[in-house]
Design a protein around this ligand. Structure first.
Ligand code: UD1
Length: 374
């Protein structure tokens, strides 16, 4: 009996001690100064998914976005998903003084993830100067702010477009950079050069992430790709056709030198992509980077043709897609997919979601959008 009581008392004491300890940890966590990361373009497609991934990893996030191709409502949606609305600043990073005063007022940033940029290939051919001015000047303003305020770590949003049509597939980070086929692609090549020279001169660390074809949406279906007007990219065009917003998808060319004649791309789920940004920023904060400037391919390593993407969409949605084969789209390359071994080895990151998961999440997002408008 006495032994039993002693045991009960000991258990009781231990429980109290555990409760006090966990209270102390929670209070410490509350008071703990969280590391803060700036996400430019954080209201946009990849940016918004990355803000969520950062918050879920314990980072505090500040977003700068001029809402030129996004909506302020996305910031509220992020708050709904994570329970924390990120700090939001609406301005254009091309504005040098405004950008400088942001950095002056935000000392102690742990890093910057820079998404804010124009990204439509076709538009960049119609107005190249708009692309050079926006994409290059904003990057330079950010680097200047980082240099002045001693912010060390930058993750830059680059693109597989820097490779053009490579001679060898899958394409490696060390594969040669070909002459750009669009002004957009050229801004990414030039940005990478700006970074290459700036890191050494200003004591900054940078990681450029070369995305392949980001698609899909967050599993909550609260955020996703929200193109303004007629979409340029394949996946939003597919989902908008299936929901009835567009009559018919045009498949641009079936006479390419690929198994079914349609071009091949490496589609990657935006949630996998977002996670890679957190890994990259943590790598630099933890001083694990091998050099001041690193480059990684972000893809799945698998290529799918346009017709395979359509088939996957039809399978997961249970809908027949109205499409027709038309002529080639100018500027399209034939096939491109990533060698992902360097990212796997060095970053310890690999894409986990397959094409069906990408199509299903994109479809759920389109359906949620349609419902919210009803
Ligand atoms: C391009 C750029 C990429 C950029 C992205 C964002 C290259 C190699 N890639 O990707 O860097 O980030 O745009 O805009 O320059 N397709 C159709 N019908 C359509 C739309 C697309 O058949 O209505 C086909 C295209 O011919 C292509 C594939 O679908 O084969 C993917 O096209 P898209 O989603 O526009 O992306 P990319 O052109 O590969």
């Amino acid at each position: 009996m006495a032994g039993g009581r002693a045991q009960r008392t000991a258990t009781h004491k231990r429980k109290h001690a555990d409760a006090r300890a966990s209270l102390r940890i929670n209070m410490a966590k509350k008071n703990e100064k969280r590391l803060k990361v700036l996400v430019t373009g954080g209201a946009g497609y990849i940016g918004s998914h990355t803000v969520i991934a950062l918050q879920q990893q314990g980072f505090e996030v500040a977003v700068i976005d001029n809402l030129s191709n996004s909506h302020a409502g996305v910031i509220d949606r992020i708050g709904e998903i994570t329970g924390e609305r990120p700090e939001f600043h609406e301005f254009d990073l091309v504005d040098r003084r405004r950008t400088a005063s942001f950095f002056a007022a935000n000392a102690g940033l742990a890093g910057v993830i820079h998404f804010a940029a124009h990204k439509a290939v076709g538009e960049s051919m119609k107005d190249p100067l708009m692309y050079y001015r926006n994409n290059l000047i904003s990057l330079m303003n950010i680097l200047e702010g980082m240099r002045r305020r001693n912010v060390a770590n930058l993750v830059f949003s680059s693109s597989c477009t820097v490779y053009g049509q490579p001679d060898e597939l899958p394409v490696k980070e060390t594969s040669p950079i070909k002459e750009a086929v669009s002004a957009y692609g050229n801004t990414k090549q030039m940005s990478e050069d700006i970074l290459r020279f700036s890191v050494h001169a200003y004591g900054i660390r940078a990681i450029a992430l070369r995305y392949f074809n980001p698609v899909g949406a967050h599993e909550s279906a609260l955020i996703g790709e929200l193109p303004r007007g007629v979409p340029n990219n394949l996946t939003p065009f597919i989902t908008q056709t299936a929901i009835g917003k567009r009559e018919c998808l045009s498949v641009f060319g079936s006479d390419y030198n690929t198994p079914d004649g349609t071009p091949i791309r490496d589609y990657i789920h935006v949630v996998d992509l977002a996670r890679a940004h957190v890994t990259a920023v943590e790598r630099m904060i933890g001083k694990k980077a091998k050099s001041d400037y690193e480059i990684f391919n972000l893809g799945t390593g698998k290529g799918y043709s346009v017709l395979e993407v359509i088939r996957s969409f039809e399978k997961v949605s249970g809908r027949k897609l109205n499409y027709r084969i038309v002529g080639r789209r100018s500027g399209d390359i034939e096939q491109l997919w990533a060698d992902t071994s360097y990212a796997r080895r060095e970053l310890g990151w690999k894409a986990e979601r397959d094409l069906d998961a990408m199509m299903l999440s994109a479809w759920k997002w389109e359906q949620a959008l349609a419902q919210s408008k009803e």
